[in-house]
Ligand binder design. Sequence first.
Ligand SMILES: O=P(O)(O)OC[C@H](O)CO
Length: 491
Amino acid sequence: MLHLPHISPLEHSAFVAAGLLTYIVVTRVRRQRRHPYAAMAWVLGIAAFPYLGLPLFLIFGTRKLIRPATRRQPAPTGPWAHAVPLWTRRLLAAVGVAAAQPQASVRFDADGAAALERLRALIAGSRHTLDVCTYVLGDDEVGATVAADLAERARAGVRVRLLLDSIGSLKSAHSHDALLKAAGVHTRMFVPALGIPGRGRANLRNHRKLVVADGARLWGGGRNIANEYFIGRVGEPAWLDLSFVACGPLAAQAQALFENDWRIARGVRKAPRLDYAQRLARREAESGVHAGATPDAATAAPAPAPTIATPALPPLAQWVPSGPDFHEDILHALLVSAIFHAERRLLLATPYFVPDEGLLEALLLAARRGLQITLVIPERSNHRLADWARGRALRELAAAGADVRLLPGMLHAKAVVVDEVLALCGSANLDSRSLFINYEAMAAFYGPAEIDWLGNWITETAQRGQRASARPPSWWRDIGEGLVATVGFQL
Ligand SMILES: O=P(O)(O)OC[C@H](O)CO
């Protein structure tokens, strides 16, 4: 029989005090801001159940891996600087994001089959390196096809690195191991879900989705690598989603970030001596590359997808990362700033809409200022808790005059358009998990062609949805939504 050690009330109180002190020290030393619900939950948890609460806090309680940077960078200048709103330039430079640069080409894919062809062509066109990061690699047709393509490149002598999130790919992470390993693909799992994760990182998932070929061509967007994002599961249509291929410096920016993620997955604890934007600038200066890489035949050729007409401005773009590897919540800061700066319209598409109070308030104020706000979400997503958590925010937005559209099928695209000045497309959902916890990355586009393309796509997609109502729900639904919303910071 198990005998628990006897603990006197004094010893118990001392343990609780030590637990709370640990919470304060970790939070203060790392200067981590927390959602009020999260702070309250940790303090109450440690005080009420210290023997469980403290270990859980040490395993899951860290949100940021680096301390605030004191360095302030000036807003970038240069031939294209005028095309990026000054507030964006200043903000992103201040938080350590590499500057926007012109790309040789950018092509979006809304159609899943075309997106898969373009991804496969990018992989097939790699000659030296291939860096792949995905939240989900499916144990299905698309997962197997892409894994076979990676294996083929590795056999041809390309250095192939595959980074999988260990929670996102929990069920399927090892499905393609035999093939990948035999071909020489280097695979790493991002922060093990099992085992003893160190320094509170177990809750910090890598949600970034990118493939970089030869450091020059980037495939990115909202798609994971599994059937539902491209061709649909058996008997079901593919989810509505967006991805893109960019040829140019955006790929180098994404690859520099991948290098960081690859180190973290190896368990490296020390922060790199230079941050990724500085390292990138140094590498570019050393090699004298960029400002417009040329697309090679492999990416120029494939798929009958929309080609963007030559704009007055080149496709100006910037890779905007966010997550525990940056002290600021960069995407949240960018979104809130963008909403306050918007003058005419805000178009938003997301599968999961669980905004924190700051983001919701910014949107509500924009609606009250009379901006056109279109928010497209699926009527029922694949995460029922997220659907429950969003109810109040949707009703408030609809009541304030926003056009909230519920699509009949599953929408998984993540895109935001702000006036005619900025468009975002990438991995981040408009929920607290993406904006405050996960490793994420979005491409920010400043060229008129890309902004138009994404704006038109969101507008046309919205027209296929039903308008959400501002009517109050039944009392039990209201209570249910309230309960789910208290853990909304984790959704
Ligand atoms: O986290 P996302 O946005 O990549 O979506 C993943 C799916 O919802 C997995 O259930």
